[in-house]
Design a binder for this molecule. Structure first.
Ligand SMILES: Cc1cc2nc3c(=O)[nH]c(=O)nc-3n(C[C@H](O)[C@H](O)[C@H](O)COP(=O)(O)O)c2cc1C
Length: 213
């Protein structure tokens, strides 16, 4: 057994007070995101860990890249036949977290996903680099494959086939909007007295309350 009792640090970069709170959590999120994008040690500031559950209630998580944010939702793209896609088909409830550890911050969203329209999927797919489009076409995400060679062979075959042509978007490849009904901000604080604020929707209006650390 290895013990990590001593692995800890102090949190002292900043605080989050009632005065910092905005009307909508998305306003505060976007301002924290902007700051995260300026911190060199945060390598993928738009990466979020999305949790889904299978039909037995077993939770699964994975990192995805957030590609858009508006005043009520976060968007990510994936293969909708993947394991996460299958979970979401059955149960659209998700949890997503941005672990901005170098900023001593995390933001946690709870909500429900909605699929993007075909038009929106096409528009984003068309914006991706050619090789990413080919990779999306080549991979049946989350399915078992015999070996890497098989995957690469398939990829190179498609690369050749579509050289100089438009790559068709796989119909099962698309985006989800996470429509949030709860957003929690965590800012590490001195003496382990961290600041936590939870926004939640009441009669379509955002309310906010402070939580104990
Ligand atoms: C930094 C990072 C970014 C990723 N971005 C995406 C993404 O935007 N979309 C996606 O489908 N998978 C992305 N992945 C891969 C997923 O974490 C995951 O392996 C994949 O989506 C399959 O998940 P599933 O089997 O639970 O459906 C990313 C992984 C990492 C580490």
């Amino acid at each position: 057994m290895s013990i990590f009792y001593e692995v800890r640090r102090e949190y002292e970069l900043s605080d989050l007070t009632e005065a910092d709170l905005t009307q909508s959590p998305f306003e505060l999120f976007e301002s924290w995101l902007k700051q995260a994008m300026e911190i060199k040690q945060i390598s993928d500031p738009t990466a979020m860990i999305v949790a889904t559950v299978d039909e037995e209630g077993q939770a699964f998580q994975r990192t995805v890249l957030m590609k858009a944010v508006d005043d009520e939702s976060l968007t990510f793209y994936t293969n909708q036949n993947s394991r996460k896609g299958q979970h979401l088909q059955q149960n659209p409830k998700v949890s997503a977290i941005f672990p901005w550890l170098a900023a001593e911050r995390q933001v946690l969203f709870s909500g429900v996903v909605e699929k993007l329209s075909e038009h929106e999927n096409d528009a984003y797919f068309a914006s991706r680099p050619f090789t990413s489009q080919i990779a999306a076409l080549a991979s049946h995400q989350s399915e078992v494959i015999k070996d890497r060679q098989t995957l690469e062979k398939h990829y190179h075959k498609l690369l050749e086939k579509y050289q100089g042509k438009d790559v068709p978007r796989p119909l099962n490849w698309g985006g989800y909007k996470i429509k949030a009904h709860e957003v929690e901000f965590w800012q590490g604080g001195e003496f382990r007295l961290h600041d936590r604020f939870r926004y939640f929707k009441k009669q379509n209006n955002w309310q906010v309350e402070r939580l104990q650390p």
